[in-house]
Ligand binder design. Structure first.
Ligand SMILES: Nc1ncnc2c1ncn2[C@@H]1O[C@H](COP(=O)(O)OP(=O)(O)O)[C@@H](O)[C@H]1O
Ligand SMILES: [Mg+2]
Length: 206
């Protein structure tokens, strides 16, 4: 078999990842408004019933985009509990990295270049990565080994690679049940997740 034929039979990892992204993004975009709402409520209940939140004060979440699991009911519950909530913001000077910025009820948001609402990264609102107790990350697809496929920008891979291995910070993926796949084709730079929560299941790979 020639290399060209082999390539047409076995697409490379990059195109496998692209195909998987597009399939799973469509799948989650097709969830009805009612299903999204139920998923968001179930997620908040599941997280609050676990022992994840109690020891942490500084918690990073994301605002849902592209059919992602809606975190807003969870964010509201965390505010009620007096927790400090942070959102990711595209780093204004270092391309490809995220900063985490305090998000309160009255914080103004404006859309970034992807149309995702962000708080303004004022210096006094930033939290150093290593001071976060929990980072909840969005994802496109995951598998039962904790491998994570994102939207393709590598923002979380780059940013999380700066966490020291001994960091106490828990990084937890959030996703709809329908985003689980048999296997995510991995790349060397991908940072796997040790915990993933869906509205139906808590995966703990530690
Ligand atoms: N730690 C890193 N340092 C530099 N570039 C990185 C790092 N992590 C990921 N990247 C780059 O980001 C790009 C997208 O990564 P990928 O894992 O495909 O995206 P995603 O995690 O969003 O699915 C790749 O070109 C990759 O080389
Ligand atoms: Mg990646």
């Amino acid at each position: 078999m020639t290399t060209a034929t082999l390539n047409s039979v076995l697409p490379d990892t990059t195109s496998q990842r692209q195909q998987l992204r597009s399939l799973i993004r469509k799948r989650r975009q097709q969830l009805s408004a009612g299903a999204q709402q139920q998923a968001a409520t179930d997620l908040a209940a599941k997280v609050l019933a676990s022992d994840i939140i109690a020891p942490g004060q500084h918690i990073a979440l994301y605002l849902a985009n592209d059919g992602e699991l809606d975190t807003y009911p969870l964010i509201q519950a965390l505010w009620q509990l007096g927790k400090s909530v942070y959102l990711p913001v595209l780093h204004p000077f270092v391309a490809g990295y995220l900063l985490f910025v305090r998000y309160d009820k009255d914080t103004l948001l404006s859309p970034n270049k992807f149309g995702i609402p962000e708080p303004f990264p004022a210096c006094h609102r930033l939290i150093p990565l290593q001071q976060l107790d929990i980072i909840f990350t969005p994802l496109v697809a995951f598998d039962a080994a904790g491998n994570r496929l994102g939207m393709g920008g590598g923002f979380y891979d780059r940013t999380l690679s700066q966490l020291p291995p001994e960091s106490h910070c828990q990084v937890i993926g959030l996703a709809h049940n329908c985003q689980q796949v048999d296997a995510v084709p991995g790349e060397a730079w991908d940072i796997p997740l040790k915990q993933i929560i869906t509205p139906g299941k808590y995966f703990d790979f530690r």
